[in-house]
Design a protein around this ligand. Sequence first.
Ligand code: FES
Length: 315
Amino acid sequence: MTSQMLRVAEVEVLTPLVKRFRFEHPEGKTLPLFSGGAHVVVEMEDGETLRRNAYSLISDPQDGSGYEIAVRREDRGRGGSRFMHTKVSEGDPLRVNAPVNLFALDLRARKHVLIAGGIGITPFLAQLRQLTRLQLPFELHYAARSRAEAAGLKLLPQAPMIQVHLSEEGNRLDPGAILAHQPLGTHVYTCGPEGLIVGVEDAAQRLNWPKDVFHSEAFLSPPPGKPFTVTLTRSGLTLTVAPNQSLLEALEAAKVEIPWSCRGGACGRCETEVRSCKGRIAHHDHWLEDAEKSAQTKIMPCVSRFEGEELLLDR
Ligand code: FES
């Protein structure tokens, strides 16, 4: 994956838990353009550990003067967002991978309905600029618990097709009501907590919307957990995955070649065959089918962990 060293040009506190970062080329060169919904992977050298976290781009896809992301601090995570919040300042160099889009708009849609919860607003910020530029019909619904927590309020323009739902103010988002009166050919996109995504998908199913008009991007950061050991049949290595490390990071630290893209259990690129499993794989991905998960014959090393006696992988 191509990456380049960029400079942190701006850091802005949006809420106590969310900061916006702007990256620019150190010599002012234009960065590759992207499409709404794309993400970049930011590399962080955190002591001995190299962390790579994926963040949706929130800036204008047609503006190559810089890339912007918004990062929510997850104190119970493995440390990537904490690193961004506490160790990254304006002027710092940071390695950023080229944008990849796993959550693109389907431009054949008659209308686009975007439904975001919390920090899940991020991919839609670039998409709504794209939709506005292309003059395509859309509406965006943004749900948050309270005004104080709603980082998106500082990033969203005010427009009639953008509606904010704050549950503390009694204005809870109702996916069924949003989808009920949309024209045939509408596509719905959702990003945010699992409960919201499931709620939107259920509402679409109840209304008999075809499956291919429903698009979602789940925000998965690899969960920390107990350390575990894994043996690799091809490279002959045995590795221990630390509590704050993902299996993918442990493989990378051992210089084992493994493809990746989303680093969040959604793209399928890191899929790895399990040769033997004496124990239980904690599957955290949205990629494998339920039957594949229960058979324990595959694992997504970017997010999944293991507990038990022996895990042999085809790597
Ligand atoms: S890197 Fe995308 S699923 Fe693992």
